[in-house]
Ligand binder design. Structure first.
Ligand SMILES: Cc1cc2nc3c(=O)[nH]c(=O)nc-3n(C[C@H](O)[C@H](O)[C@H](O)COP(=O)(O)O)c2cc1C
Ligand code: SF4
Ligand code: SF4
Length: 260
């Protein structure tokens, strides 16, 4: 079973590609995360948890979902983290979660994908992002082959300082920065409601056909990147910045271009 959480599609893309190679069933944690619930997974066996990296760790919302969920005894666990540069201290969090849940830990792998954190950084151009995804495909396939043969993932060689620096910044960062206060909708908004429907925390409501953000934001960047009119800004820093529309749209275009 491949259990994934994804804000802007990178982790979904990786989860689907692994599932296509291993033949595993897919479970999207979106609805459970949004409802603040866990899930009772009935089957024992191999679990692959796929998610983005938020601040050098798996997203708190995903870890909380896994903590609330129940699994039969004797499960084996792989973790696959999508990131834009490096997964930092994440393996330590995954190992800890595996121990809490009684899983046999089989390792954590990193897949470098396009940057989606446009509140803080720039994403690439569509061409740069396509190239990054294409460069990631062999690594995703290597990970899938390791999972298929039930071998341990190679040790990522995490340094102690990577874990310690993550521990030091993680909670303060969530408290100081993971807020929706800076989101606004411009006059380009057509009131379609997509931002509200893609928010994994149900943090957006539409009032007078305009989004209003609440107090539960995990900075997943789904709303701002997926608005079809690019009508959402985060303070002044996102004005004029490219939006990241996710791998499915990018790779679909590429396949169409390649057709004779
Ligand atoms: C809140 C937030 C924090 C992030 N922190 C990191 C980070 O510490 N290191 C990194 O390499 N990428 C970081 N990223 C980039 C994402 O991990 C990366 O783009 C990921 O593939 C997005 O996955 P998704 O499309 O499934 O949501 C961050 C993105 C967000 C939204
Ligand atoms: S997705 Fe964009 S256009 Fe649609 S309601 Fe939200 S801000 Fe407005
Ligand atoms: S408000 Fe936007 S950035 Fe925050 S959790 Fe919802 S979709 Fe993600």
């Amino acid at each position: 079973m491949i259990v994934y959480f994804s804000g802007t599609g990178n982790s979904r893309f990786v989860a689907k590609r692994i599932a296509a190679a291993t033949g595993d069933e897919l479970f999207d944690a979106f609805s459970s995360v949004r409802e603040g619930k866990g899930f009772t997974f009935p089957d024992s066996g191999v679990y692959v948890f796929v998610s983005p990296i938020y601040v050098s760790a798996p997203p708190m919302a995903f870890l909380d979902f896994l903590r609330r969920s129940s699994f039969p005894d004797g499960c084996l666990a792989y973790f696959v983290m999508t990131c834009a540069g490096g997964m930092g201290g994440a393996p330590a969090y995954c190992r800890k979660l595996a121990s809490e849940k009684g899983f046999t830990y089989l390792g954590t792998a990193e897949v470098e994908m396009p940057q989606n954190y446009i509140a803080m950084f720039k994403t690439g151009t569509p061409e740069e992002n396509r190239a990054k995804i294409e460069a990631a495909l062999p690594e995703i396939d290597r990970i899938a082959a390791t999972i298929s043969s039930c071998r341990e993932l190679p040790d990522p060689g995490m340094k102690t300082w990577e874990y310690l620096s993550t521990e030091m910044v993680l909670t303060p960062y969530y408290k100081a920065f993971m807020s929706a206060k800076a989101f606004t909708a411009t006059d380009k908004c057509i009131g379609c409601g997509k931002c509200a429907s893609v928010c994994p925390l149900g943090n957006i409501t539409l009032q007078d056909r305009k989004p209003v953000w609440g107090g539960h934001c995990t900075h997943c960047m789904a709303c701002i990147n997926q608005c079809p009119k690019e009508a959402i800004e985060y303070g002044k820093g996102t004005r004029g910045k490219l939006r990241y529309h996710g791998p499915d749209a990018l790779m679909k275009d590429r396949q169409q271009q390649k057709r004779p």
